[in-house]
Design a protein around this ligand. Structure first.
Ligand SMILES: O=C1O[C@H](COP(=O)(O)O)[C@@H](O)[C@H](O)[C@H]1O
Length: 268
C-alpha cells in the first residue's frame, strides 16, 4: 500500500489565553491516557519559551499519571542546567518544578560533558535509544507528544529557516515521526507568522514542515490574538484521535467557513 499523505493540521482557536490553557491541559491528559493505555508510558518533548507557562492548567489535575511521564526536550543549548538559555531550566521554572514527575524521568543533557559537545550529544542520543528502541521499531524516536512553539521567523525548536540542519537527515524526521505534535501560539506578535504557517505552508518555513507521517497528527492551539489574521479553518475544540477524524474535522471546518463567506457575500 502506498504511504498515506499526512493528515491536515487541526487548528483550534480559543477566545482567550485562559481557555487555551485549560483546553491544552485537557488535551495533554487525553494524550497521556492514550499513550499509557497503548504503550505503558507517556513520552513527551518540551520546547523552550512561553510554552511552559501555557502548561499551567496541568498543575493539580487529578487524572495525570506523573509517574508514567518520560520528559525530553525538543532542542537544548549546550549550557549549564541553571542557565537562562537552558530549555530544561525555563521549563523547570514555569512547569516542571510545580509537578511531581520523578526526577529520573526528566531527561536532561549531562552538564559534566559541556566541554565535549560530541560526547554530550552522543550521551543524549543514548538516553533516547534506551527509551525508544525497546518500544518502537522505527529508526527515529516516536514521541507520544511533542509540544512546540513558533519563533518570530517561523522557526521551531531551533530549526531556523534556511539553516543547513534542516536538510540534514536526522533533524526534521524526529518531528515528523511523532504520534502528536502540538504548536502552542499565543499573543498578537504571532499573528502574521501563524497566518503564513497555516495559510501558505508551501513557503516551507520550519513550522509548516512539521507534518507527522500517518498515523501522526499535528495540532495548532492559538489564542484569539495570535489567530486573528489566519484564514485556515478552525475546528471547535474536541479530542481528535486519528487521521480520519482530523480529515473530517478539517473538511467540516472548511465547509463551515465557505457557508459563512457565502452568507456574508449575500448580506452585502
Ligand atoms: O525560536 C524559538 O521560539 C519558539 C517560541 O518561543 P516563544 O517564547 O515565543 O514561545 C520556541 O518554542 C523555539 O524553541 C525557539 O527555537
Amino acid at each position: 500500500m502506498p504511504p498515506q499523505p499526512p493528515a491536515p493540521p487541526v487548528f483550534y482557536s480559543f477566545p482567550s489565553n485562559d481557555v487555551l490553557v485549560d483546553s491544552l491541559a485537557n488535551f495533554v491528559v487525553k494524550a497521556q491516557r492514550d499513550a499509557v493505555e497503548k504503550r505503558g508510558k507517556f513520552t513527551i518533548a518540551l520546547s523552550r519559551g512561553t510554552l511552559a507557562a501555557n502548561l499551567r492548567g496541568l498543575v493539580g489535575q487529578k487524572d495525570v499519571q506523573w509517574d508514567k511521564w518520560e520528559v525530553f526536550f525538543c532542542d537544548e543549548a549546550a549550557v549549564p542546567l541553571d542557565s537562562d538559555d537552558s530549555n530544561y531550566h525555563s521549563n523547570y521554572l514555569s512547569f516542571l518544578s510545580t509537578v511531581p514527575i520523578p526526577p529520573s524521568q526528566i531527561h536532561t543533557i549531562d552538564p559534566s560533558l559541556l566541554d565535549d559537545i560530541e560526547e554530550l550529544a552522543d550521551q543524549y542520543e543514548k538516553q533516547l535509544i534506551q527509551h525508544f528502541a525497546a518500544s518502537n521499531a522505527a529508526r527515529y524516536p516516536v514521541f507520544d507528544l511533542m509540544l512546540l512553539g513558533m519563533g518570530p521567523d517561523g522557526e521551531t525548536a531551533s530549526l531556523f529557516p534556511g539553516h543547513e540542519i534542516l536538510s540534514e537527515r536526522d533533524a526534521l524526521p524526529v518531528f515528523t515521526h511523532c504520534y502528536r505534535a502540538v504548536f502552542v501560539v499565543s499573543g498578537a506578535e504571532k499573528q502574521e507568522m501563524l497566518h503564513s504557517i497555516l495559510d501558505t505552508p508551501e513557503t516551507g518555513l520550519p513550522c509548516s514542515r512539521v507534518r507527522p507521517a500517518a498515523p501522526g497528527l499535528v495540532f495548532f492551539f492559538a489564542d484569539a490574538e495570535a489567530a486573528s489574521q489566519t484564514t485556515y479553518p478552525s475546528t471547535k475544540f474536541r479530542w481528535i484521535d486519528n487521521q480520519k477524524e482530523a480529515e473530517e474535522a478539517f473538511a467540516a471546518a472548511q465547509a463551515k467557513a465557505a457557508r459563512r463567506a457565502a452568507q456574508e457575500a449575500s448580506d452585502d
